[in-house]
Design a protein around this ligand. Structure first.
Ligand code: URA
Length: 241
């Protein structure tokens, strides 16, 4: 089939096999076949009738993509399995298809975590080049001054380089502690905690309240909600999908 159908890498990414980029690498490496012949990059297929294999085993196409938002409680690990046997985010939800978490929240961090089987969306939401904003509410030690807010906004030096400009808003301040809303477009390891450490105000509690256009709202800790079609489309737009 040529000229018609859908691009192979797009079909495979949509089926939750891997990101488009990963799939392209597999095609280039000759690991994918269509109807028994080694696939070519850019090849078009009909997902309803063509048989696609990865390393010789058939890939089910057309699986339904699902997207959930979890309000992650503290004390659970953001991974599909934990070698130390701790509870994971997948242990606490009841979702009938295989999903995985998009990115990571630290074990003590709470709030918005997407769970999905959408490989391309996962790739884009976690890749820094798409700059999808993530918003956090941070309780921090001490009274945060205007200078620290400015530093957080402009960028602070971390051991892996300056942070990109961010949006920092002081919500409450007292000598006992401050509450700050911080929106960042990167996702380095422990980034928010390291940013506040760098300005001398360690985080005492961290809650993610939004991922791109999707907000936590009133979702109860430990529960999930299936994203609406409008949410998913807004997420797609946020990363040019
Ligand atoms: N930044 C952090 O420091 N921790 C998180 O869990 C998320 C962002």
């Amino acid at each position: 089939m040529s000229g018609e159908g859908q691009r192979l890498q797009k079909v495979l990414a949509r089926a939750g096999v891997g990101s488009r980029r990963t799939v392209e690498e597999w095609i280039s490496a000759g690991r994918i076949s269509v109807n028994g012949s080694t696939a070519r990059l850019g090849q078009r297929i009909d997902p309803a009738s063509d048989v696609v294999e990865l390393d010789g085993s058939r890939v089910p196409l057309g699986a339904e993509l699902v997207h959930y938002l979890l309000n992650k409680p503290p004390g659970v690990v953001t991974s599909a399995a934990d070698p130390e046997g701790r509870r994971t985010v997948l242990d606490i939800v009841d979702i009938p298809v295989r999903v995985w978490p998009v990115g990571r929240l630290d074990i003590d961090t709470e709030g918005a975590l997407l769970l999905t089987n959408d490989g391309e969306l996962t790739f884009r939401l976690t890749h820094p080049s798409y700059e999808v904003p993530k918003t956090y509410l941070a309780d921090v030690a001490g009274a945060l001054g205007a200078r620290a807010v400015k530093e957080l906004s402009r960028g602070v030096p971390l051991e892996d380089g300056m942070t990109k400009p961010a949006e920092a808003t002081l919500i409450e301040r007292s000598t006992g502690g401050s509450l700050v809303r911080l929106t960042i477009t990167e996702g380095r390891n422990h980034q928010v905690k390291r940013m506040f450490d760098a300005v001398g105000h360690p985080v005492t509690r961290l809650v993610r309240i939004g991922v791109g256009p999707v907000s936590l709202g009133r979702l109860k800790p430990g529960t999930v909600r299936r994203l609406s079609m409008a949410d998913v489309r807004a997420l797609y737009r946020s990363c040019n999908l």
